[in-house]
Design a protein around this ligand. Structure first.
Ligand code: NAD
Length: 513
């Protein structure tokens, strides 16, 4: 780490008087606001305190955003793209500081913290190009001298509820696209990682101010699920984009659905890599270990299950055991370490509980887990990555434990492996490691993976912003980021224009007066 944390906090305007909400130029909080200390899982030290917004403050933010939408939507999309371009530049300038704070507040490695900010920069670039597209279709009318086309208009307020594990990137995937589409955004970050959100709000706010853009286009509300629930039930918020656990997604989907609003859900995964008898085992090892141990197993795309062909099972298991022996665990700001802490001590308890449940169901640990003790691990959030041999149907294997526990499952035939890979409630990311074309194509076919992401000779973890990101089944069905994911932030309108001198009806219907 090159800069002391204190300098980084000053640079990013993080201090103990941070307010509970921001409408862009205004920050505020009430005197009796709930205050929460934000503690780093890396060293257990308090970084800063935040205040939670009240329902009244939430309401103020929504009213400001509603007003801002009326002017923001009038600005031509490429001009909105220009603002997003400047935000991308500002993120480039602040990459080191913001990336370090992501690492310190959330506990992911410094490289991953920088990577997360890079993802934000990438989506800004993507959104700038998109701002000159946003195209609809034209189609031929069955009536003479008529023209038909469809166009996209902005929706209004987009509510963004985000999870702790990608504390800033998920907001940018939503906000940058929503902004070029002409929407305004209200962000409710995870209550576990609000400081990086405050930093992002300052960065965006400075750009909006510099361009004399009304307040209310970029809003932030700090709070827990109460704010998320207000947003989900709020008819003034036409789209709620929610990233987090399947439990949360079901609640958001029910509330938004009850008012016939739109929701974009990015929920839990239970991702597997199939390692076939034709796999390059060295390549597979890198994909598997990074997928299981990266971000301490706290990615929605983390590799949780390895489905390995019986002919290479023992050899690959030995390679894994030997690789796990070399993993360095410790301060994520130290670039020599491979794995940092879990987000908090509750997450450690859930991890320990899952190990016990796995053993109770018959799981055999070939690399033992456990909590790490000692001065270097004084935050109480560090654990050992572990590996267990299991059956796919175990209750604990069907469940997403957000921690570095890797399950090994043996298979004999590819269709059986695909069935095992699909045989969980979640459907986010999946991969096959093989040099056999038939195996690869089978995995990608209609009879193959049922996930939103299916890779060949790449692990399950991580994705490029150019593709649409998201998953099926209990992952929620949403798509964010690249490709045509922007369409969810807009409403579609079909237009028919008659430039003839008569009024012919469709389907040849006659209505003579
Ligand atoms: P979480 O569900 O506990 O919280 C996520 C967010 O939802 C927080 O901001 C929280 O305050 C809010 N929330 C919680 N209950 C709510 C409710 N009833 N109504 C409205 N808002 C509510 O998740 P987490 O522990 O922060 O994150 C981990 C989870 O997120 C994992 O399951 C992971 O797989 C998932 N995740 C998915 C993706 C994806 O793109 N599919 C990306 C990142 C994380």
């Amino acid at each position: 780490m090159s800069l002391p944390i204190k300098d980084i906090l000053d640079h990013l305007h993080i201090n103990d008087i941070n307010h509970a909400f921001s409408t862009g130029t205004q920050w505020g909080s009430s005197d009796n606001a709930v205050t929460k200390d934000i503690v780093s899982p890396t060293d257990g030290k308090k970084i800063a305190a935040v205040k939670f917004a009240t329902a009244d403050e939430y309401n103020t933010v929504v009213e400001t955003a509603k007003k801002a939408f009326k002017t923001w939507r009038q600005i031509p999309a490429p001009k909105r793209g220009e603002i997003v371009r400047q935000i991308g530049d500002s993120l480039r300038e602040n990459k080191k500081q913001l990336g370090t704070l992501v690492s310190y507040e959330m506990g992911k490695s410094l490289q991953e913290g920088y990577g997360e900010v890079q993802e934000m920069i990438d989506i800004c670039d993507f959104a700038v190009g998109l701002s000159r597209q946003l195209y609809g279709l034209t189609m031929h009318s069955e009536r003479p001298e008529h023209r038909m086309y469809e166009q996209y208009h902005p929706l209004g307020i987009v509510g963004v509820i985000s999870a702790f594990n990608f504390p800033v990137a998920v907001w940018s995937w939503n906000a940058m696209l929503a902004w070029v589409c002409g929407d305004v955004c209200i962000w409710k970050p995870s209550e576990k990682t609000p400081l990086t959100a405050i930093a992002c709000q300052h960065i965006a706010q400075e750009v909006f101010k510099r361009n004399n853009i009304d307040e209310g286009v970029s809003c932030l509300v700090i709070g827990d699920r109460n704010i998320g629930e207000l947003m989900s039930n709020d008819t003034r918020v036409p789209l709620v984009s929610a990233t987090g656990s399947t439990r949360m997604g079901k609640a958001v989907s029910a509330a938004v659905g009850a008012r016939l609003g739109k929701s974009l859900l990015e929920l839990g995964g239970n991702n597997a890599i199939i390692i076939t008898e034709n796999a390059d085992l060295d390549m597979s090892l890198i994909g598997a270990v990074f997928g299981a141990v990266g971000t301490a197993g706290q990615r929605c795309t983390s590799t949780r299950r390895l489905i390995i062909h019986e002919s290479v099972y023992e050899a690959f298991k030995q390679k894994l055991i030997s690789a796990y022996g070399q993993i360095k665990i410790g301060d994520p700001l130290n670039e020599n370490n491979h794995m940092g802490p879990l987000i908090d001590q509750d997450a450690v308890s859930l991890y320990l509980d899952s190990i016990e449940k796995c053993k109770a169901e018959g799981g055999k640990f070939v690399v033992e887990g456990g909590k790490l003790e000692g001065e270097a691990y004084s935050s109480g959030c560090y654990v050992k990555p572990c590996i267990a041999e299991v059956e796919n149907h175990y209750k604990i294997v069907q469940h997403e434990t957000f921690a570095p526990i890797l399950y090994l499952i043996k298979y004999a035939d590819l269709d059986e492996a695909i069935e095992l890979q699909n045989g969980v409630p979640q459907g986010l990311s999946s991969a096959i490691m093989t040099n056999n074309l038939r195996e690869a194509e089978r995995f990608l076919s209609y009879a193959g993976s049922d996930c939103g992401i299916a890779n060949v000779n790449i692990g399950t973890s991580g994705a490029e912003i150019g593709g649409a990101f998201g998953g099926e089944k209990e992952t929620g069905g949403g798509r964010e980021s690249g490709s045509d994911a922007w369409k969810v932030y807009m409403r579609r309108q079909t237009n028919t224009i008659n430039y003839s001198k008569t009024l012919p009806l469709a389907q040849g219907i006659k209505f003579d007066l």
